[in-house]
Design a protein around this ligand. Structure first.
Ligand code: SAM
Ligand code: SF4
Length: 327
């Protein structure tokens, strides 16, 4: 096998980079109301450092890069980072995950800098509920962000909806209708319990239940999405221009085909979202490691990528918050 792979022969070609641990929202499933202790400026990788690590990763066979956070658009000058990464030979897919609040402001600059597409997190279409889930956000801003991303051709714009039983499961049909009426690409994501929450008593709302609810809108026809090759399975409802996607980290884990690594804002290579194994890249980088030395560290770390996460075994997860690891 050419390129990067782990000890289970999974090809690894996708790197998610958390560019900041800061966020302008406090989503109930991601952060405590008071936020989290923030990393210091010195702890965070500079854009130049991120670019050096991306170059090393791309030389090893990484082709797809996603920028995430925290909220990536709260870090100053993000289009500059996009431009540098887009200029690296071998990057074939460059995307961003955002809460969309600042997207209307930056969509065009991001596109001009070389960003290809965005995923926007949106869990409700009700303004009051949006404020409740995000603890402070204004739905209108995210909706404007989605429109701006479409206008800037950051497509396909995918909408990520985290399903929470008793909180937003009554909006499943409304989101699905958006795929018919407005051509949205909506992905239903199972809530992942965090901070040691008991997996058996969480807000988990399974994707299989979503499928049952969607039956009232007609049969789901499997659909092959051109861009992106992640964990989602895509379908189309009758007469829909858009798609529905299902992501099942809890009820039907996809670890066996996991193709990703993560880079935290403080420069740790994270081997799995839901396991704490991390390898420090920041110190070697700051101590002058060559690209070849960084490649050696990444290769060795990747070989140790764990087979799967604990939720798959119905154990709870306790560790760094997703806002630090990139979700
Ligand atoms: N701030 C950006 C955003 O919200 O899109 C990017 C970072 S956020 C940590 C990345 C993704 O993780 C979001 O789509 C969010 O919905 C998801 N996420 C965070 N906590 C989650 C949880 N407990 N279960 C499922 N998804 C979660
Ligand atoms: Fe911020 Fe994204 Fe976490 Fe919400 S999910 S608190 S927007 S990092």
């Amino acid at each position: 096998m050419t390129g990067l792979s782990d000890s289970f022969q999974r090809p690894i070609n996708y790197l998610r980079i958390s560019v900041t641990d800061r966020c302008n929202l406090r989503c109930i499933y991601c952060m405590p109301p008071e936020g989290i202790a923030l990393m210091s400026h010195d702890d965070i990788l500079s854009y130049e450092e991120i670019v050096t690590l991306v170059k090393a990763a791309v030389e090893l066979g990484i082709t797809r890069i996603r920028l995430t956070g925290g909220e990536p658009l709260v870090r100053a000058g993000l289009p500059g980072l996009v431009r540098m990464i887009a200029g690296i030979d071998g990057v074939t897919d460059l995307s961003l995950t955002t809460n969309g609040i600042f997207l209307a402001k930056y969509a065009k600059d991001l596109k001009d800098a070389g960003l290809m597409r965005v995923n926007v997190s949106l869990d409700t279409l009700k303004p009051e509920r949006f404020r409740q889930i995000t603890r402070c956000g204004d739905l209108e801003n995210t909706l404007k962000g989605i429109e701006a991303a479409k206008e800037a051709d950051l497509t396909p714009v995918k909408i990520n909806m985290v399903l929470m039983a008793g909180m937003n499961d009554d909006e499943i049909i409304d989101f699905a209708r958006k795929t018919i009426d407005d051509g949205w690409h909506v992905r239903f994501i199972e809530y992942m319990p965090v901070n040691g929450e008991d997996i058996n008593v969480t807000r988990l709302f399974s994707v299989s239940e979503v499928r049952k609810r969607l039956e009232s809108l007609g049969p789901l026809e499997p659909y092959k999405m051109d861009k992106g090759n992640g964990p989602a399975k895509y379908y189309r409802l009758p007469d829909a221009k858009g798609t529905v996607g299902f992501i099942t980290p809890v009820t039907e884990h996809f670890c066996y085909r996991c193709n990703r690594l993560r880079l935290t804002a403080d420069g740790k290579l994270r081997l799995c979202l839901l396991r704490e194994d991390e390898i420090d890249l920041r110190e070697p980088l700051r101590n002058g490691a060559s690209i070849q030395e960084l490649k050696d560290i990444i290769t060795k770390a990747t070989a140790a990528k764990p087979r799967g996460h604990l939720l798959a075994e119905r154990n709870s997860h306790k560790g760094r918050p997703f806002s630090q690891v990139g979700g």
